[in-house]
Design a protein around this ligand. Structure first.
Ligand SMILES: C[S@@+](CC[C@H](N)C(=O)[O-])C[C@H]1O[C@@H](n2cnc3c(N)ncnc32)[C@H](O)[C@@H]1O
Length: 298
């Protein structure tokens, strides 16, 4: 017997009431995605910390997953009562066969060739020949598998700018991927900082697994050192708030790398960081820009 899945196409205004009703009538999970995914109308939603949470698109696919013993006619009648006075569209019904879910999930994470030299591989996958720097990283609670352009831009920058012994802070370390890469590219002391406890634990675990010495510090503590390179892949709003602190962490003549920035958000950050750095665009990938700066003064 298979799991029962019911998919409804609804407008953004109806998503919340339908999701709540699906849970109320016994859904094990509710999945909301852009119904225009894969088409010209697909729209990405990015949220800055503190912004109102927008949980829906113009047209949404809302999928409720039910226990294998469930019957759709019973669910639909309970659902009609639960969403009243909303009239539900006819759902599409699927049965989902049981599978080896762990293997299926793992298959989504293939090794990623970031540059000719650098490869990120999950632990269950064989390392492909041809890369001299390999990072073992499994997807987990913290951001940073290497698949996102904002991370890839920083990795590329680090590969091309780290020289032996340079000291580095990875501010907003997530999985620790940038700190680990910096160390593997020959950096000297590397410090990883994050505000999130899961990220701190992930970085400790991943650094150990990759046999790299990375000091991990909570952002709650006072980070009071100066290094040659600060790399921060966060988002424009924390990058704005953190600007004086990040600037202070870079030695005169040192460098800063800022990522997590959409192309049209770049100029404000360039002006802000221009107080302390000679700023320029490193590279653009998809709609993301990575900024770099050389610290002014001697
Ligand atoms: C987009 S992830 C980047 C992870 C990884 N460095 C990468 O490049 O893939 C951003 C990280 O910044 C952290 N972060 C957000 N605001 C922060 C703050 N004010 N101080 C320190 N870390 C912060 C988040 O917890 C998250 O782990």
């Amino acid at each position: 017997m298979a799991w029962l899945s019911l998919e409804f196409r609804v407008s953004g205004a109806d998503v919340e009431v339908l999701s709540d009703a699906l849970f109320a009538v016994g859904a094990l999970s509710v999945d909301v995605t852009d119904a225009d995914q894969g088409s010209q109308e697909e729209r990405a939603i990015y949220l800055e910390p503190g912004e109102d949470i927008l949980l829906s698109w113009g047209r949404n696919s809302v999928v409720g997953l039910f226990d294998r013993q469930s019957y759709s006619d019973q669910i639909l009648s309970a659902l009609a009562t639960a969403v009243h006075p909303l009239k539900l569209p006819e759902p599409v019904e699927y049965r989902i066969d049981d599978q080896d879910w762990v293997r299926l999930t793992q298959q989504q994470f293939e090794p990623i060739q970031i540059t000719q030299r650098l490869q990120i591989s999950p632990s269950w996958s064989a390392v492909k020949d041809g890369s001299d720097v390999n990072i073992i990283l499994d997807p987990g609670l913290a951001f940073g598998t290497g698949s996102h352009p904002t991370t890839q831009l920083c990795l590329e920058w680090l590969e091309h700018h780290i020289t032996t012994g340079k000291t580095v802070i990875d501010y907003g370390c997530g999985s620790g991927i940038l700190a680990i890469a910096a160390k593997k590219f020959g950096a000297g002391d590397v410090v990883a900082v994050d505000i999130d406890e899961d990220a701190i634990q992930s970085t400790c675990y991943n650094a150990k697994r990759n046999k790299t010495a990375v000091e991990v510090i909570s952002a709650i503590e006072n980070v009071n050192i100066k290094v040659d390179i600060v790399v921060a892949n966060i988002l424009p709003s924390p990058l704005t708030v953190l600007a004086p602190l990040l600037a202070q962490l870079v030695k005169p003549g040192g460098q800063i790398v800022l990522s997590g920035i959409l192309v049209d958000q770049g100029s404000d950050l360039m002006s802000l960081y221009g107080q302390w750095f000679e700023m320029s665009t490193y590279k653009v990938m998809d709609e993301w820009v990575c900024l770099q700066g050389n610290k002014l003064g001697s």
